[in-house]
Design a protein around this ligand. Sequence first.
Ligand SMILES: [Zn+2]
Length: 470
Amino acid sequence: MTGAAPAVDWDQASAECVEHLRALIRIPSVNPPGVADAAAGMDSTGGETAAAAYCAEVLTSAGVAAEVLETIPGRGSCFARLPATVADPEPPLVLLSHVDVVPVDVDSWSHDPFGGELIDGVVWGRGAVDMKDMVAMELSVMLALARAGGERSRDLIFAAVADEEAGGVFGAGHWASERPDLFSDAAGRPAAAALNEVGGYSMTVRGRRVYGIQVAEKGIAWTRMHASGTTGHGSMPNPDNAALKLAEAVTRLAAAPQPARLTPVVERFLAALGLTAVADGIRSGDEASAFAALEAGVEDPVLRRSIAAMLRDTVTTTMIQAGKKMNVIPGSGEAQIDVRTLPGTDQHALLAEMQATVGTLARVEPVIMLPAIEAASDAPIVELMRSALLAADPEAMAVPMMITPGTDAKALARLAIPTYGFAPLLLAADMPFLSLFHGHDERVPVSAIEFGLPVLHEVVSRFVTREMPG
Ligand SMILES: [Zn+2]
């Protein structure tokens, strides 16, 4: 119990949170660092360390012990901890975020991508949704709990890490492997749960407002296809041409999509969105009717693509390279295939199936294999998230959700820490939110943060002040 802990002034806390967001956007922590032209003429070398140092300074000045750790110079992450106050604490809760952002195409922006401008109630800039908004919200929750004092039944850990946008080798992946203590308590027990990016925002489908509580993310099976042929002069064609073989191989893969399949989380999510016809179609093996129902039921094309990708393992050719010269028939070539798998898919079996599909045209090889992850949908912390959302927005629904991209949650999964995507934001029905991730004109309404900050605080404060299993 927090006892006589002072109530939070949410107007002030939200305003402070927005200022932290704007300050973080003004630090160009572009990944890969140092790409001056992509970063609107700004040098982003050391940007991650600068952003991590900003967090550490804010926390330290509020009396919270915080440190910046670097894998290599400039690739910094901020770790801080509000320790448990009870004698026999529960395992910690982690507030996870990443400080890096993807590059920008500055000419496509309406406002300075690194200006952090606040215009008509909207904060503009790279990272406004992915994910400096959540860095600022988690920072604000740390500050509120530090100021409130009172009893804590577990450690609350703040981890704002580098390099999420390039796989976490210089961030979560490294720290989870080399310093698991950063995500554990003094007794060495890993955290009971982590709260991270993406899920938690509202979606409006046919007038229904639904919050997705992200409990799962698809697996990654990045795959290479290698083709070889007989090199020769371009004026004397021979059919043993690596470029042609690759072209045929990727075309065969595209023509043979994996069958649609419902996971329990996706099935419940479809029902909440009023898309039972989609689930019915898949269950009865009528994919055409399922995807027609999806087309008819969801107006936002990006949300529609996102839902479609929740329904099957996807195999997407993203790079093809063969040949170096106009008049030379290539003797070898490579295609890169971005394969994303549902929970329950055997990734190696899928690659073997892809090999059978392309036959002798090319050799299929795994590059990176990370299975899908799924945390318990019925964990007490999920119920806390649901009830906090519904208390703040009684007319909405809140349901577990799977996302199709990967996050740093996969690194924490190696420590057996269940990670939930929960960045609560109430968004207008016409907000093209998903297209803003890595998109031009990335922006977030202040009203969305004013909604989300107290919701996040409610979940965190209840989880760390009560005896509650993970
Ligand atoms: Zn992100």
